[in-house]
Write a protein that binds this ligand. Sequence first.
Ligand code: HEC
Ligand code: HEC
Ligand code: HEC
Ligand code: HEC
Ligand code: HEC
Ligand code: HEC
Ligand code: HEC
Ligand code: HEC
Length: 448
Amino acid sequence: MRNRIIIPLVIALLALSAGFAYVHWSKGGTGSGLYSRHWTPDPVQGYWDPDNFYQSPDSVQGVFEGKLCVQCHEGITPGIVNDWRASRHAQSEEPVYCSDCHGNDHQQLRMPTPDICAKCHEKQHGEFQDEARYGFPSHVLAMERAVDAKHFVDKPTAEVQSCIQCHSAATKCDSCHSRHRFDAAEARRPEACITCHSGPPHPDDETYFASAHGKLYLAEGNDWDWSKPLIMGNYKAPTCAYCHMENGRHQVAHKSLWKFGLREVNPHTSKNQVLRKEWIKLCMDCHQEEESRQWLTELDQERKQAWQKLYAAEAILKNLRSEKLLQPPAGERPPYPMDWLDSLWPRERIGFFEGQASVFYNVSAIERDYFEMWYFDNLGAYKSAAHGNPAGVETGHRKMAASLDRIETQANELRELSQAEKKAGITTKPSGDLWMKGTYTDYNREHN
Ligand code: HEC
Ligand code: HEC
Ligand code: HEC
Ligand code: HEC
Ligand code: HEC
Ligand code: HEC
Ligand code: HEC
Ligand code: HEC
C-alpha cells in the first residue's frame, strides 16, 4: 500500500528534478535562454544584453575619478561628452559622471543595465520591473521572449541579431531616452518608439502617423513644449507615450487587452471591461466619454470580423490536413531544429495554439498564405483600428478577404487533383529527401 504511493511519488520527483536539471543545463551554453547551446552571440550583443555578454576592453589601464573620464573622453568620444554635458546628469548639483554608470576601473567597465539606473531612479525602475506581472508582450520580458522563441534559434545569425536589438528594451534603459542626453522630452515624442515599433507585424509607426493624432503631431508638434509631463491639459494630441505610459508610468502592458492581436480575445470579460474603462478615461482627457466608448467598440467589431475570416481559413487548412492533402506533409519537410517533438511526431501546425508562430518557413504555399494573412494582414488591420487609421483597416481586411479566397481556391484545386489521381489509380509516393534541402534550410544549419 505504502509503495503504491511512494514509488510514483519518487518517480515524479525524479522526473521533476531531471526536468529542472535539463533546463538548467540547456541554459548553460554560449548564448542565452532556453536554447543557449544552439547559438553563438556575436560580440555586438554585449551592448544589447550586457549582463550576459558584455566584456570590458582592457586596453586602457587605470582607476579614474569621474572628472578624469570626461577629460580624456573629450578627445576620444566628443559626441558622447557633448550629449552628457547637455543632460540633466551633468547639470545636476552633484553631477552624475561617466563612472557612476560605467564604473571607475577601465579594465572592468560595465554597460549599464536598468539595475544601474535603479540606484537613483527607483520609481521608474520599480515600475519597469513590476510590469512582469502583466505578462507578455511587455518591455521587461522582451529579451527572454525573444531568445526563448523557437524561431529565434531556427534562423541564421543575421536575422537573429535584429531580434536582440529590438528586444533589448528589457535589458537597458536607453531605448526611449537615448544616451547620453537621457532626455525625458525625447521619450515623450513618437519617434522614440518607432525604431522598434514599425514594420509588418507591428506597424505602430505607420498607423499612428496616418491617424488624426499623428497628423496633428506632424503639423504642429515642433511648436509644442515637450518639457511638460504627459498629463491632461499639456498636449493637444496624444503621442505613443501619452497613451501607453500615461502619467509617466514606466509600463506599457498594464492596459493591454488585445495583446498584440495574435489570438482572439473576449473584450467583455470583467477584467477587460476594467481595462476598457482605463482607456476611455484616457481618451476623455480630450474627447467625450460616449464618443470614446464608441470608437473602442469599433475596434471590437473590427477584431470580430478579422477572426471570422481567420477561423474560416483555419478550418479549410485543418480539413486539408485531415484529408492528408497538405503537400509535402510535415514528415517530408525539414524538421525545425529546436523541435524534437516535431521529428518524433511531425504535424502541420495551424493557428496560434499549435505554435504556428514558429512556422515561418518550409511550409506549403497554402499554409504560407494563411500565415501571412494572420501575421501581417490581420495584425496590420488591428493596429490600424486601434490607432485610428481607417485606410489601414480597409487594406488589411481587403487583403484578408483576398487571401481567404485564394486559400479556398487552392483547397478546391488540391481536392480535385487528388480525386483525379485516385480515379486514374495514381498513388503519390513519398518525396524522399527532395524537400529536405533548400537554400533556407541549408543556410540555417550552417550559420546559426
Ligand atoms: C586616458 C584616457 C581615458 C580615460 C581617463 C578614460 N577613458 Fe574610457 N576609453 C578610452 C579609450 C582609448 C577607449 C577605447 C578603448 C578600446 O576600444 O579598446 C575608451 C573606451 C571607453 C568605453 C567604451 C567601452 C566599450 O566596450 O565600448 C567606456 C564606456 C569608457 N571608456 C568609459 C570610461 C569611464 C567611465 C572612465 C572613467 C572611469 C573612462 N572611460 C576614462 C580612454 C579613456
Ligand atoms: C546615466 C548613465 C550614463 C552615464 C552618466 C554615462 N553613460 Fe555611457 N552609456 C550609458 C548607457 C545606458 C550606454 C549604452 C549601454 C549599452 O549599449 O548596453 C552607454 C554607452 C557608452 C559607450 C559605448 C556605446 C557607444 O555608443 O559607443 C561609451 C563609449 C560611453 N557610454 C561612454 C561614456 C562616457 C565617456 C561618459 C561620460 C561623459 C558616459 N558614458 C556617461 C549610460 C551612461
Ligand atoms: C548616481 C545617480 C544616477 C544614476 C546612476 C542615473 N541617474 Fe538619471 N538622473 C539623476 C539625477 C540626479 C537627475 C536629475 C534629476 C533632477 O534634477 O531632478 C537624473 C535625471 C534623469 C532623467 C530626466 C531627464 C530630464 O530630461 O528630465 C532621465 C530620463 C534619467 N535620469 C535617466 C537615467 C537612466 C536611463 C539611467 C541609467 C542608464 C540613469 N538615469 C542613471 C541621477 C542618476
Ligand atoms: C528598443 C526597442 C523598443 C522601443 C524603443 C520601444 N519598444 Fe515597445 N516593445 C518592444 C518590444 C520588443 C516589445 C514586445 C516584447 C515582448 O516580446 O513581449 C514591445 C512591446 C510594447 C507594447 C505591447 C504591450 C502589450 O501588452 O501588448 C507596447 C504598448 C509598447 N511596446 C509601447 C511602446 C512605446 C509607447 C514606446 C515609446 C515610448 C516603445 N514601446 C518603445 C520594443 C521597444
Ligand atoms: C523592429 C523591431 C523588432 C524586431 C527586429 C523583432 N521584434 Fe519581436 N517584437 C517587436 C515588437 C514591437 C513586438 C510587440 C508588438 C505588439 O505588441 O504589438 C514584438 C513581439 C514579439 C513576440 C510576441 C510577444 C511575446 O512576448 O510573445 C515575440 C515572441 C517576438 N517578438 C520575438 C522576436 C524574434 C524571435 C525576433 C527575431 C526573429 C524578433 N522578435 C524581431 C519588435 C521586434
Ligand atoms: C518605452 C519608453 C521608455 C523606456 C524604456 C524608459 N523610459 Fe524613462 N521616460 C519615458 C517617458 C515617455 C518619460 C516622460 C514621462 C512624463 O512625461 O511624465 C520618461 C521619463 C523618465 C524620467 C524622468 C521622470 C521625471 O519625472 O522627470 C526618468 C528619471 C526616467 N524616465 C528613467 C528611466 C529608467 C531608469 C528607465 C529604465 C528602467 C527608463 N526610464 C526607461 C519613456 C521611457
Ligand atoms: C490615442 C492613443 C494611442 C496612441 C497615440 C497610440 N496608441 Fe498604441 N494603442 C492604443 C490602443 C487603444 C490600443 C489597443 C490596446 C488594447 O486594447 O489592447 C493600442 C495598441 C498598441 C499596441 C499593441 C498592444 C496591445 O495591447 O495589443 C502597441 C505595441 C502600440 N499600440 C504601440 C504604439 C506606438 C508605438 C504608438 C506611437 C507610434 C502608439 N501605440 C500610439 C492607443 C494609442
Ligand atoms: C491629448 C488629447 C487627445 C487624447 C488623449 C485622445 N485624442 Fe483623439 N483626437 C484629439 C484631437 C485634437 C483630434 C482631432 C480632432 C479634430 O479633428 O477636430 C483627435 C481625433 C481623434 C479621432 C478622429 C476623429 C474623427 O472625427 O475622425 C479619433 C478616432 C480619435 N481621436 C480617437 C481617440 C481615442 C480612441 C482616444 C483614446 C484611446 C483618443 N482619441 C485620445 C486629441 C486627443
